[in-house]
Design a binder for this molecule. Structure first.
Ligand code: GDP
Length: 201
C-alpha cells in the first residue's frame, strides 16, 4: 500500500470522544521511548506527523490520523504502571483500557517492543491483557538497526520462547522495524492494506 495522504484529525484523552466514523482503525502502542513516533513518521512518510520527543511519557493523548482517507492510524500514549496496581487491568492507564474495550472500529493493535531488550514485564503484561481481552494485535520489534541481524533474530527468538512459557500457544504475528533505515515499512503497510481489502470485500 502506498500512503498518499496522512492527516491529523483529533487528539483527546477520552475514548468516548474518538471519531465515530465507521472506518477501520489500527492502533500503535508501547512504552515511552520505544520508537513509536519515529515509526509512525516512517510509515506515513512524514517527518513530524507524530511528535518525537526525548522526554519520555510527555503525551498522554489518543491521536487519530486519517490515512488515504480510508483508515485511521491511532497513536496511543506510552503505557506505564499506575501507582496502585490491584489487577493487571489497573496496571494501565484507564483511558487506554477504555479505548481497547470500547473501540468497535479497532482492527488491530501494534504493540511496539524494543528489539534490544530482553522481555520486559510491562510489555508482556500488556500483551497478556490484549490476549485475555480478545483484542487482535501484532508485535513490532523496533530499532533493529541498532543490532546486527543475528542478534535481532536471537532476541526475537527469546521473546517467542518467553511467551510460549507464559501460556501463549501461538506466537502472534510480528514485524521487525527500523525507522532509521525503513526496515519493515513495506511489510506493515502491505499487512494493513491486505486487512483493509478483506474488510472492504
Ligand atoms: P516514542 O517515545 O516511543 O514516540 O519514541 P521516539 O520515536 O520519540 O524515539 C525515541 C528515541 O529513539 C529517539 O531518540 C529516536 O531518534 C530513537 N529511535 C526511534 N526509532 C529508532 C530506530 O528505528 N533506530 C534508531 N537508531 N533510533 C531510533
Amino acid at each position: 500500500m502506498k500512503v498518499n495522504t496522512a492527516e491529523f484529525v483529533i487528539s483527546n484523552s477520552d475514548a468516548s470522544k474518538c471519531p465515530k466514523d465507521p472506518i477501520p482503525e489500527y492502533a500503535f502502542i508501547g512504552r515511552s521511548n520505544v520508537g513509536k513516533s519515529s515509526l509512525i513518521n516512517m510509515l506515513t512518510g512524514h517527518k513530524s506527523l507524530a511528535k518525537t520527543s526525548a522526554r519520555p511519557g510527555k503525551t498522554q493523548l489518543i491521536n487519530h490520523f486519517l490515512i488515504n482517507k480510508n483508515w485511521f492510524l491511532v497513536d496511543l500514549p506510552g503505557y506505564g504502571y499506575a501507582r496502585v496496581s490491584k489487577s493487571t487491568k489497573a496496571t494501565f492507564q484507564k483511558f487506554i483500557t477504555d479505548y481497547f474495550e470500547t473501540r468497535a472500529q479497532l482492527v488491530c493493535a501494534f504493540v511496539l517492543i524494543d528489539s534490544r531488550l530482553e522481555p520486559q514485564k510491562i510489555d508482556v503484561e500488556f500483551i497478556n491483557y490484549l490476549g485475555e481481552s480478545g483484542i487482535p494485535f501484532c508485535m513490532i520489534f523496533t530499532k533493529a538497526d541498532k543490532l546486527g541481524k543475528t542478534q535481532v533474530q536471537k532476541n526475537v527468538a527469546a521473546y517467542k520462547k518467553h511467551l510460549l512459557a507464559n501460556d501463549w500457544e501461538e506466537i502472534p504475528q510480528y514485524f521487525v522495524t527500523s525507522s532509521a533505515d525503513g526496515t519493515g515499512r513495506e511489510e506493515i503497510l502491505k499487512y494493513i492494506g491486505a486487512v483493509n481489502d478483506e474488510i472492504n470485500s
